[in-house]
Design a protein around this ligand. Structure first.
Ligand code: NAD
Length: 346
């Protein structure tokens, strides 16, 4: 397949629209069609000059695309994705892989049995900063990784909470925001053995959490604290520091801190800290600013990668198992914050 990969997008809401923009900017793909149940589908079909299908079944009967992006609500991910996998059409599935573990496993089984590619939409992994950090960790420049600290502090404005689902169970910052950080820290530091978490709604008083702190104990022996709040006035979160989405005014700060026996790294404002002389807190610690271009093109990079996957030139960077892994950890966070107990990840 040397031509552009023809991609259909299912579910044209907030995220579906972002994917359409990315497809149009990618030199490897073109928009094949859209699937949207709401009335707005007609307008969007005219705007983007592609056919509109009312549901997936009709699309599959009439004109199969080369590939599909699924950006429907999480509860529909299983049925929507499996229909395409059964037709051997590769899927880029928005995160989280599903709303529950059993259903996530069914999606993975279907991808395997149909020998069809599945890429999960954790788009931060397509950022060159993250690829750089991964290389630094693997090069052992930091020595053995001891601990990590991830800050996800931001302030969500009042209007955000007018949508009622955002103030009830499942609509809080753990499920919406922290899942990205869970995926990323596991990508960087490997599999997790134990999870322990606390959450609080002390400030906003909604049914859902506004703040949580999560401890991860990695199989490597490294520890990590992820601290999230949507009610802290602060510049320290990936969204505000990475510059991936121009909707967030960028701050010149870092939100990830990873420490090893020989050095530490902070990012997205990338600095590597180390000793020139003997490692000792009595000696001056130096830092090198690592120049990596901040980029707001991660969604385009993701589409480029997906197109290569469809053309069988690359393997999915974020697999179904990665999607399942972050869902299992998210589930453990929910359980631990209710019971107060440490949860073992198998
Ligand atoms: N990667 C990210 O950073 C990110 C950000 C936001 C949302 N998401 C994910 O993207 C997905 C969609 O979220 P959203 O915020 O865009 O939601 P949304 O509600 O804005 O959009 C969902 C769209 O799907 C449509 N839809 C519902 N059922 C459908 C069906 N059966 N067939 C076709 N269309 C259907 C709805 O009409 C709506 O237009 C979710 O899985 C969410 O977790 C990812």
């Amino acid at each position: 397949m040397n031509k552009k990969v023809k991609i259909s997008v299912v579910g044209i809401g907030l995220m579906g629209l972002q994917h359409i923009k990315a497809i149009k900017k990618s030199k490897f793909s073109s928009l094949h069609s859209i699937v949207e149940i709401k009335k707005k589908g007609m307008e969007l079909s005219k705007k983007f000059k592609v056919p509109l299908y009312k549901n997936i079944k009709i699309l599959l009967e009439k004109d199969k695309p080369d590939a599909v992006i699924i950006a429907t609500p999480n509860i529909l991910h299983e049925t929507d994705t499996i229909q395409f996998l059964k037709s051997k059409i590769p899927v880029l599935l928005e995160k989280p892989i599903s709303d529950n573990i059993k259903s996530a496993k069914k999606i993975i089984t279907s991808a395997n049995s149909n020998k069809t590619s599945l890429l999960i939409g954790y788009h931060r992994r397509h950022n060159s900063i993250i690829n750089n950090i991964k290389k630094i960790i693997e090069s052992k420049k930091l020595g053995q990784i001891v601990s990590a600290n991830v800050l996800c502090w931001f302030y969500k404005h009042k209007k955000y909470f007018h949508e009622k689902w955002r103030i009830n169970e499942g609509g809080g910052p753990l499920g919406i925001n922290l899942v990205h950080d869970i995926d990323m820290i596991c990508y960087l530091l490997g599999p997790v053995k134990y999870v322990q978490a606390f959450k609080s709604n002390n400030i906003r008083k909604f049914k859902v959490e506004d703040t949580a702190s999560v401890n991860l104990f990695f199989k490597s022996g490294a520890l990590c604290t992820l601290n999230i709040s949507d009610t802290v006035t602060s510049p320290w979160s990936y969204e505000l520091t990475a510059g991936e989405n121009p909707a967030y005014p960028i701050t010149d700060q870092s939100s990830y801190f990873i420490g090893g026996t020989k050095g530490s790294v902070q990012f997205p404002n990338l600095k590597l800290w180390y000793y020139k002389k003997e490692r000792s807190w009595w000696n001056r610690i130096h830092n090198n600013k690592i120049k990596v271009q901040k980029s707001n093109e991660t969604l385009i990079n993701q589409i480029n990668h997906f197109s290569q996957v469809v053309m069988k030139k690359e393997k999915p960077k974020v697999t179904g198992l990665d999607g399942l892994n972050s869902l299992i950890i998210f589930d453990a966070i929910k359980k631990s914050s209710k019971s107060g107990k440490r949860i073992k990840i198998n």
